[in-house]
Design a protein around this ligand. Structure first.
Ligand SMILES: *Cc1c(COP(=O)(O)O)cnc(C)c1O
Length: 425
């Protein structure tokens, strides 16, 4: 595809864009009185106007019905979370009963580790990636300590090769093979939050399972961004947050996948609570825990409906659009952003380097730029000019053109601002 770094051309792409109409469904922050160019949907997605309606609906039901809202609200609270099954299963490639929504991401990963990390004297090691998202590192270290083990001897971090920004699948597979019968669990980020690299979830899962290990994925940056087939890829468990590409608002509920083969597996221990108990008998207040025969059997508390409401509005929008159309635009707009960056780099001899893989099957809608030299001043300039981007130490700016609300014109305008910046900074 040949692009042009020209306003009229960007506008023509917007005119042909089947998703363009969704832009008006979101509230944009303003900078200098104008809608910002928002490139941080990978960190906190914009607010869908429908989310405001859904939250207001819960507030209204609470005011008008109080406790009766559990059963008599338009969307009753006692099974509100079940509304996510169908739309979320389409987003992450799961069976509807393999999906549940509860808690927040790190909490869900803890719960999953309680169920799926059962170290023995022979099999206890965990593989993750080097420099994983800090919350994941803390989570894994603390789980290891819960079992009385030493994180240093238990956690194997797969490294990038010297001078390379991305992981090589062959290196991950080699680490798995080397750990062999000592390997209990592989738990990695499906889409690296720093570089935007997508890992080969299917291959890594199969290879670790061949060694007899369980495999879980943190899909914080992957859910709602890349094609996933969790069921088909035979993943054991996965969890993701809803407030990044899924636009459900700060700290909203997390989605969780548990493969169906575990739903009735009594050897898998889970932390119990009344919301995971047989739904028909939930209010009988019986003594014995009888877990629901689906991922809902991992629920503990009655979920925060105010946190589910914006997420529901958002997943319904995803269901309407479909991942296929979303991914088509994602690939095109990400490629356009890359083209504009390259065009400006050529013209201005700018010194930045894209560290995100170029192949569209190895990335989502994120381009990470390593800034040689300019660093923070450039970041500050962009922010002042109304481009909301994200800075990660030591020298990386992450740009996420989100297919639901970023326009090609945004990308063009960003390029113009970057060009000016290259001249004055
Ligand atoms: C965003 C993110 C988190 C956030 O965890 P919370 O529990 O929602 O605060 C965790 N892991 C990864 C990889 C992330 O990108």
């Amino acid at each position: 595809m040949t692009f042009k770094n020209i306003l009229a051309y960007a506008k023509s792409l917007d005119e042909k864009d089947p998703l363009a109409k969704y832009r008006s469904e979101f509230n944009f922050p303003k900078v200098n009185g104008k809608d910002a160019i928002y490139f941080t949907g990978n960190s906190l997605g914009l607010q869908p106007k429908r989310a405001v309606e859904y939250v207001n609906e819960v507030m209204k039901d609470w005011g008008e019905l109080a406790v009766e809202g559990h059963f008599y609200a338009d969307k009753p609270w006692w099974d509100y979370h079940e509304r996510f099954r169908e739309p979320l299963s389409a987003i992450v490639g799961a069976l509807p009963e393999e999906i549940t929504v509860m808690n927040t991401l790190t909490v869900n990963l803890h719960l999953m580790m309680i169920s799926f990390y059962k170290p023995t004297a022979q099999r206890y090691k965990i593989i993750c990636e080097e420099k994983a998202f800090p919350s994941d590192q803390y989570m894994i270290q603390s789980q290891v300590k819960v079992h009385g083990l030493d994180p240093k001897e238990t956690i194997i971090e797969v490294k990038r090769r010297k001078g390379e920004h991305n992981f090589r699948t062959e290196d991950i597979l080699a680490a798995i093979e080397e750990a062999g019968e000592e390997l209990a669990l592989v738990l990695m980020g499906g889409l690296n939050y720093y570089t935007g690299q997508v890992l080969d979830i299917e291959k890594i899962t199969a290879s670790a399972q061949e060694q007899g290990a369980k495999v879980g994925w943190d899909l914080a940056h992957a859910a709602g961004n890349i094609e996933l087939k969790l069921h088909e890829w035979n993943v054991d468990f996965a969890a993701w947050c809803s407030y990044k590409y899924m636009n459900a608002g700060p700290g909203s509920a997390s989605g969780c996948f548990v493969h169906e083969r575990y739903h009735d597996d009594e050897s898998i221990v889970r932390l119990g609570g009344w919301w995971g108990h047989n739904k028909e008998k939930r209010f009988l207040m019986e003594q014995d825990f009888d877990p629901i025969h689906s991922a809902d059997g991992w629920q503990i508390s009655n979920p925060s409906i105010l946190s589910l409401a914006p997420y529901l509005a958002s997943v319904e929008m995803f269901a309407e659009v479909g991942m296929k159309a979303l991914i088509e635009k994602r690939d095109k707009i990400t490629a356009y952003l890359e083209f504009v960056l390259q065009d400006i780099a050529n013209e201005e001899q700018a010194s930045y380097e894209v560290i995100t893989p170029q192949n569209s099957s190895e990335r989502g809608s994120q381009v990470s730029l390593f800034l040689h030299g300019k660093g923070k001043n450039l970041f500050k300039y962009l922010m002042e000019q109304g481009v909301i981007v994200d800075w990660r130490e030591p020298n990386v700016v992450r740009l996420a053109p989100v297919p639901l609300y970023t326009s090609y014109e945004d990308v063009f305008n960003f390029g113009q601002i970057l060009k000016k910046a290259s001249r004055i900074i």
